[in-house]
Design a protein around this ligand. Structure first.
Ligand SMILES: *[C@@H]1O[C@H](CO)[C@@H](O)[C@H](O)[C@H]1NC(C)=O
Ligand SMILES: *[C@@H]1O[C@H](CO)[C@@H](O)[C@H](O)[C@H]1NC(C)=O
Ligand SMILES: *[C@@H]1O[C@H](CO)[C@@H](O)[C@H](O)[C@H]1NC(C)=O
Length: 428
């Protein structure tokens, strides 16, 4: 029985139906090694074995491929059924729990490469190859579920993020079948009454056009369950999480020729992406790129009233003010809230997705007034162009047919104290 069918069956049963381990797909946890570094300059790193598990919502699919130290996520795959996108979590060396990362005063590195088999000149607007941390439970929510979740990390359960998603088929072992409305144009998806919230640190949300580095805080640490409209903050005073985040996207900060095909950071080539979480507690988040042996810091903002090339509480206040946005990042905890979540340990997520809610315009396109309808559930959204994609780009129907072969590769993951994973040189 496919999980889709299992879920359809679950919908007919009492709401307390628990989440069982699926039997349709043999367990398959592709290995993915990553490194812990000490010392300086990336010269002293040791390898950790790990593996990835695909989220429980996608369990029946053919996932990306990994092996050694690289993970490839493919966009459209054909297993027992056509599948769009995927989302995977890093398991610990024994495969028994998600690997927690406390990144306070640490740095984190993936090497990433976007590869689009169709035609590199066709800009894949609307796709997002993402690598990020969420504060999901490392046991996949088993302990909190009162015995209802019998699946656990081996089956990719327990996801949450700062959008408090309502498309999870199970939350803490409970079928999210009450009020389940199938998506009008995504046959694999839908929305139930329950949503699942937790702090999120988006290290890397990018396509070949634009990239964003974004902390999202929540007033509740760890995973929490929300219901109905309370999941999507209808205004800045309600809701658990900061859905907008405090983003650093070089294009939005005025430097339009920094990141993209054949720009300073050339997205047609591999790049190493270093993110530093400086201070204990964290007070500053910095980004470096290493490409062809050259280290680049993020460019300084050229937006009037906003200075610097890193994320701090004062950068966020200035940026929100300059763009006329409410500072929900500060309202939901700011940098100290992000630091508290990090110090509790967060789980590494890698995904490749298209955006049925907002066509990914918040990442790579201008947001003219007529696109505000996409953001009715968000308090802010709509100022500053985010990239060179058109405001009519990124519609899933287009992306899925035109960029079916798109994929993202993440490799050489390294983690350690500031300065331990790479040689910063004179870059700032
Ligand atoms: C925000 O939303 C909550 C819940 O819907 C409501 O109680 C509150 O009055 C709203 N606040 C403002 C300022 O609109
Ligand atoms: C950014 O601004 C700081 C402070 O003015 C300056 O020291 C630094 O060199 C600038 N960085 C770049 C890449 O221009
Ligand atoms: C999804 O559904 C909405 C509302 O029915 C529609 O406006 C939109 O064009 C659809 N998108 C796709 C990709 O089919």
């Amino acid at each position: 029985m496919s999980p889709t069918a299992l879920f359809a069956l679950a919908a007919l049963l009492p709401a307390a139906l628990g989440q069982l381990a699926g039997t349709n797909t043999a367990e398959n946890h592709p290995s993915l090694s990553w490194q812990t570094c000490t010392g300086t300059g990336g010269n002293s790193c040791t390898s950790n074995s790990g593996s990835v598990v695909i989220d429980a919502n996608w369990r029946w699919t053919h996932e990306g491929t990994s092996g050694g130290n690289a993970l490839t996520l493919k966009f459209v795959t054909f297993g027992q059924q056509e599948n769009i996108g995927s989302r995977v979590y890093l398991l610990n060396s024994g495969g028994t729990a998600y690997q927690p990362f406390d990144f306070v005063n640490k740095e984190f590195v993936p090497l990433t490469h976007h590869s689009f088999d169709v035609d590199v000149s066709q800009l894949p607007c609307g796709l997002n190859g993402a690598l990020y941390f969420v504060q999901m439970d490392t046991d996949g929510g088993v302990a909190k579920s009162n015995g209802l979740n019998k699946a656990g990390p081996k089956y990719g359960t327990g996801y949450c993020d700062s959008q408090c998603p309502r498309d999870l088929k199970f939350i803490q072992g409970l079928a999210n079948n009450v009020g389940w409305v199938p998506s009008a144009n995504d046959s694999n998806s839908g929305t139930g009454n329950m949503g699942t919230c937790c702090p999120e640190m988006d290290i890397w949300e990018a396509n070949s056009v634009s990239t964003a580095l974004t902390p999202h805080t929540c007033t509740t640490l760890g995973q929490s369950t929300c219901t109905g409209s309370a999941c999507s903050a209808p205004n800045v005073t309600s809701g658990t999480c900061d859905q907008s985040g405090c983003d650093f996207n070089p294009y939005r900060m005025g430097v339009t020729n920094f990141f993209g095909p054949h720009e300073t950071i050339d997205t047609t080539q591999k790049m190493t992406v270093v993110t530093q979480f400086i201070g204990s507690p964290i007070t500053q988040i910095k980004r470096f790129y290493v490409q062809n042996g050259v280290v680049h810091g993020n460019p300084n903002s050229t937006i009037s009233g906003v200075s610097g090339n890193s994320i701090t509480d004062s950068f966020c206040a200035a940026q929100k003010s300059a763009f006329g946005d409410t500072n929900t990042f500060a309202q939901k905890g700011g940098m100290s809230g992000m630091s508290s979540a990090a110090s509790a340990g967060m789980v590494l997520v890698m995904s490749l997705w298209d955006d049925h809610a907002a066509d990914m315009l918040w990442l790579d396109a201008p947001l003219p007034a007529d696109q505000i309808r996409f953001f009715s559930r968000r308090d802010e959204c709509c100022t500053g162009s985010r990239g060179t994609c058109s405001s009519s780009s990124g519609q899933p129907s287009q992306v899925e047919s035109q960029s079916a072969n798109a994929q993202v590769v993440f490799s050489n993951i390294k983690f350690g104290p500031i300065g331990s994973t790479f040689n910063q040189g004179s870059a700032q």
